[in-house]
Write a protein that binds this ligand. Sequence first.
Ligand code: AMP
Ligand code: MG
Length: 484
Amino acid sequence: MTNPFTLKFDNRFATLGERFYTPMPPEGVSRDPYMISTNPAAAALIGLPAEALQHAHAAEIFAGTRELPGGKPLAMVYSGHQFGQWAGQLGDGRALLLAQVRNNAGELWDIQLKGGGKTPYSRFGDGRAVLRSCIREYLCGEAMAALHIPTTRGLCIVGTNELVLRETMEPGAVFTRLARSHVRFGHFEHFYYNDMHDELRQLADHVIEEFFDEARNAPAHQRYGLWLTEVVARTATLLAQWQAAGFCHGVMNTDNMSILGLTLDYGPFGFLERFDPSYICNHSDHHGRYAYSEQPSIALWNLYALAHALQPLIKSEESSAILKQFEPVFLTHYKRLMRAKLGIAEAERGDDALLAELLGLMREGGADYTLSFSALANSVDAPEMFTTLFHPSAREKAKLWLSGYHGRMRGAALEALHNVNPRYSLRNWVAEVAIRDAQDKGDYTTLEAVLNIISHPFDAHPEYTHFMQSAPEAYRELCVSCSS
Ligand code: AMP
Ligand code: MG
């Protein structure tokens, strides 16, 4: 095969200069790396032929051991607020931007390694990633993409044959992720709090030129205001999508907030199973700052932190007015998405109450979030599939709700809901089965099966229906934390 890695390189971020990053090749790994999983759907996004990932050099390139010719590897610097406190300088501590490329549609994409070794921003960390967290991030990015939720994507996972110390020694891996950009709210905070206001403007112009058409084409005095307006709108829309999908991020620090409104940095995330708005997916989050129900207001908190850092570009009176848009944009999208989950195209009076009643009942009856909505599609012919999701004490009420709902739908074809409400979400226990098979047995067939299921979550996958269910006994006590 001739060099299959001849991508259209366009290393834009590198043109900003070294106040924005440290140029450096990845440390790489010492032993022979090997390909664990490849994702042709993501390869297509950057114009990489799927065969390239099978090339003899692919594992070394995506372990950081072999150079990707045309790339300009660099570690970005950023800062951020973590759990509400200013954390100062952070940065790509175990991530490295390998290259930026344009696909045939002219879109710019970052190729980033995670776990490829130390950088000047590693602080006390080892710059490594464990296979467990690589698999979780890989699967979840693809699950979100399949739900049409903006996200980073997973290109491949390479095994390193090295052990990495976390709570125990664990097999190491390098994850390659793709994103239109990895720039975070925390990038702007970094330049603001370090009094580097020229760089702040330079970075704002950099993202506007590439990703914010309206701001780019606007008169100079409206440029930054329109940009922030769009960032607020994208973030509010993203949060509406998270809430509707029952996705809980777990670590919504400003350094994990994408300026493009992507879901970024999957750590201790979780999808709701038994519906509980106060669900906390991150076991290190003792006060529930990032509980499911808190996510929209935390996103707004983070936008305030961003707007504060953008004061040199946008006066606070203007940004205050812009931030007021968050709530209406969020609510409009959230309500539209939730109506769609019920199959309601045209809103009527009483729809908000219908939804609120259902969520209340799901909470009271401990019903599974994904399964409850999924069961609506067959609820005329098989109402028990819906009602038995509720604790026996709440089943009569669930039946009553269902008959009210059927009345509201007036014979509409509910089967079409199978295209709206996924049958499968990436349950932590399912990811864990894939992880244990990979870690303990070197068997990646479950990983591939789960990747396929969550990439097509609206399909039935009859041979895997057990992965639709909530955790069996052996997986009930799963604990996910920031450690990865
Ligand atoms: P996170 O909580 O994963 O968003 O990470 C917060 C910061 O810690 C980021 O700047 C990471 O780059 C850094 N970090 C996390 N884990 C490691 C590690 N194993 N080695 C080096 N840096 C890390
Ligand atoms: Mg992070």
